[in-house]
Design a protein around this ligand. Structure first.
Ligand code: ADP
Length: 619
């Protein structure tokens, strides 16, 4: 009977361990620390089964009666015991690893891993030597079953195994709260299983329980904590979280960087514009001031380009649909490009198709950005000849859509065939040697392409090196009306006397920014009060009434939004408050309006936008 039990045990453990070994090694798996230990446990278990098989086959034969046969048999038996201890050390290490990971919330856990591994390995070698040195007796069974070994070596191993189980139990209890139940439950069940079987095995050494229990543990682990599919998903999840974290850090960095760069730029542009308007300066000095303004605007363009790319990559660019008059939009773009052509002998021509609808709906801000990029490039990379800006369209009244077909053709330097593919890559500039005098970052066309595609459009380019290029954009927009509205003449002329005497409060922690704001507001003959903190702003609003407040956002102690909330607590407070900030990340406009501001003005202050806002709130 015992012989049959022994055989069944051995057969079963061989069968299911074999299956798990095949599954484990055939299936694609992640390689991390705990899986590596699991792999070693599988191999150890396999070795234990092979040795036990040899012991089983030879245990009750005449081969092991005495002499060399018996000595070899005893050595093999001790080796088996040593391997079982090794397996328990591995599972204890596995437990230690996952408990440590859970406690420290670290991805690669266990600091000084190398040192720990060395200690474990050396201890294991010492244990093996002790087991091999300690004596054992071979107890032969007379019922035909395989005999077993007993003596100090096996007792020493049993004590070690019990000790390891207790260590695991303590580790699990310590990390109980941090471990999730998917990890905690299987390990605790396995531990109980091991404790029970070790005590049964110690009191009934003839049972040969270790291998079946070890194999069962391997099976349970494979289908729970060591499941390669779950592990793979977990790893992907970790990688995804890390990538998201890195991306967030990048966006935050860019947002901060833009703020840091825009703040001093605000001062540079502001003061240079004041110099341009000053009466007592020489034409030469004014020329320098104009150059400063131009250079600062270029720098601003670069900062904005980097911000746009980061937003596109973080999928944060939103499509904001608005109704617009296409003729007005295209005219305004032409007005912006003409100064970029400057003194160069270039004829700038623009034509719009006659059936261009009167009012369209689409993301007009992005449309402007796309066309402006291409027009600016044409102006930048053409030295003489012509730039042709054409807008054609195909209107479909059944779907109420207009397919815009926008082309910008220049007689510039053109692009080599082999470079056409690289054109839309970010940070890729072509013909670097010729580009040295032309400012740019190589971001413009990458942004143009991404934005066009985001809106469901397409952009392509035809070019002949040395002769010129044609950029074409195809973009569908919704038709709101075919009728051309009466065009409003833009108020280019600012009327500085329209609001004289109005009381304005400016809040900014930076003294230099306050000075810029005061200078920009000076021509209006306002009654200006400037304060450098939110506390002062609240105080002064309690004492005086204002017609408008310009409020910086990023201020120490109390930021602009907090100040606004406090101001709104003042009974009867209804002064328009304009957010004034160097923050230029997407959604800023909405963010500040949602926070309760009446408008939003980005630094450096654009005089026309400022005038528009002043007109809206002070007239
Ligand atoms: P940037 O102009 O900032 O360098 P872009 O992404 O707008 O970056 O353009 C990438 C490159 O494509 C430019 O460096 C330039 O060499 C080339 N390029 C763009 N537009 C034209 C054009 N109209 N004619 C000739 N080359 C052009």
């Amino acid at each position: 009977m015992l012989k049959v039990i022994q055989m069944v045990m051995l057969f079963m453990s061989t069968l299911y361990l074999g299956l798990i070994v095949i599954l484990f090694f055939v299936k694609k798996r992640v390689s991390n620390d705990d899986t590596e230990i699991y792999k070693k446990m599988l191999i150890t278990n396999l070795n234990a089964i092979i040795i036990e098989f040899i012991l089983y086959m030879t245990g009750n034969t005449s081969l092991v009666k005495d002499g060399i046969g018996l000595s070899l048999f005893l050595i093999l038996s001790k080796l088996f015991v040593g391997i079982v201890v090794g397996w328990f050390i591995l599972i204890a290490k596995y437990t230690l690893l996952i408990c440590d990971k859970a406690r420290n919330n670290k991805l690669s856990a266990l600091q000084n891993k190398k040192k720990l591994n060395n200690i474990i390995n050396i201890s294991y070698i010492i244990v093996l030597i002790i087991i091999l040195l300690l004596p054992v007796k071979f107890i032969l069974l007379d019922n035909g079953a395989t005999g077993y070994t007993q003596g100090p070596a096996t007792s020493f191993a049993a004590i070690l195994i019990m000790g390891l189980c207790v260590f695991m139990l303590i580790e699990l209890i310590r990390a109980r709260k941090k471990l999730n139940s998917k990890e905690f439950t299987p390990i605790i069940i396995l531990l109980i299983l091991m404790l029970i079987s070790t005590s049964i095995q110690t009191s009934n050494p003839q049972l040969l329980l270790f291998n079946p229990v070890m194999a069962l543990v391997m099976v349970i682990m494979y289908f729970t904590i060591e499941n390669p599919d779950i592990k793979m998903i977990e790893q992907l999840d970790i990688a995804k979280k890390q990538a998201e974290k890195a991306n967030k850090a990048k966006t935050e960095f860019l947002s901060n960087m833009s703020h840091e760069i825009r703040t001093p730029l605000n001062a540079i542009v502001g003061f240079s514009e004041c110099m341009l308007e000053a009466k007592d300066l020489s034409e030469e000095t004014k020329g320098f001031a104009k150059d400063i303004v131009d250079a600062s605007n270029n720098l601003l363009e670069i900062v904005n380009g980097i911000l746009d790319i980061s937003k596109i990559e973080a999928n944060k660019m939103e499509i904001i649909l608005k109704e617009y008059n296409p003729r007005e939009v295209f005219n305004s773009l032409c007005k912006l490009v003409i100064p970029r052509i400057g003194e160069k002998p270039i004829e700038f021509k623009y034509t719009y198709s006659e059936d261009l609808p009167g009012i369209l709906k689409g993301d007009v801000a992005k449309l402007k950005q796309i066309i402006l990029n291409i027009l600016t490039n044409a102006a930048k990379y053409t030295d003489k000849g012509e730039i042709n800006f054409n807008v054609n369209c195909i209107n479909r009244m059944d779907t109420k859509t207009s397919l815009l077909y926008i082309s910008v053709k220049d007689t510039g330097r053109g692009i080599k065939k082999e470079n056409l593919d690289k054109l839309f890559n970010k940070f890729e500039r072509i013909d670097e040697d010729k580009n040295t005098t032309i400012e740019g970052t190589g971001l413009g066309l990458a942004i143009t392409k991404s934005l066009t595609e985001m809106m469901g459009g397409r952009v392509n380019v035809f070019s002949k090196y040395g002769e010129g290029s044609t950029f074409r954009i195809y973009l569908e927009q919704e038709i709101i009306s075919m009728e051309i509205p009466e065009s409003k003449t833009e108020e280019i002329e600012i009327d500085y006397n329209a609001f004289s005497g109005k009381k304005i409060l400016v809040v900014d922690d930076s003294k230099i920014n306050l000075k810029v704001a005061e200078n920009v507001l000076k021509p209006y003959h306002f009654d200006i009060v400037s304060v450098t903190s939110g506390m002062e702003a609240i105080e002064v609003c309690g004492e005086k009434t204002f017609d408008l407040i310009l409020m910086d956002i990023m201020m120490p102690k109390m930021n602009g939004i907090e100040v606004l909330n406090k101001l709104k607590e003042i009974p009867g407070f209804n002064v328009p408050v304009i957010a004034l900030t160097a923050d230029a990340i997407e959604g800023t406009d909405e963010k500040y309006k949602n926070a309760g501001f009446d408008e939003y003005l980005s630094k450096p202050i654009d005089r026309y936008l400022l005038n528009k806002i002043l007109t809206k709130f002070l007239k």
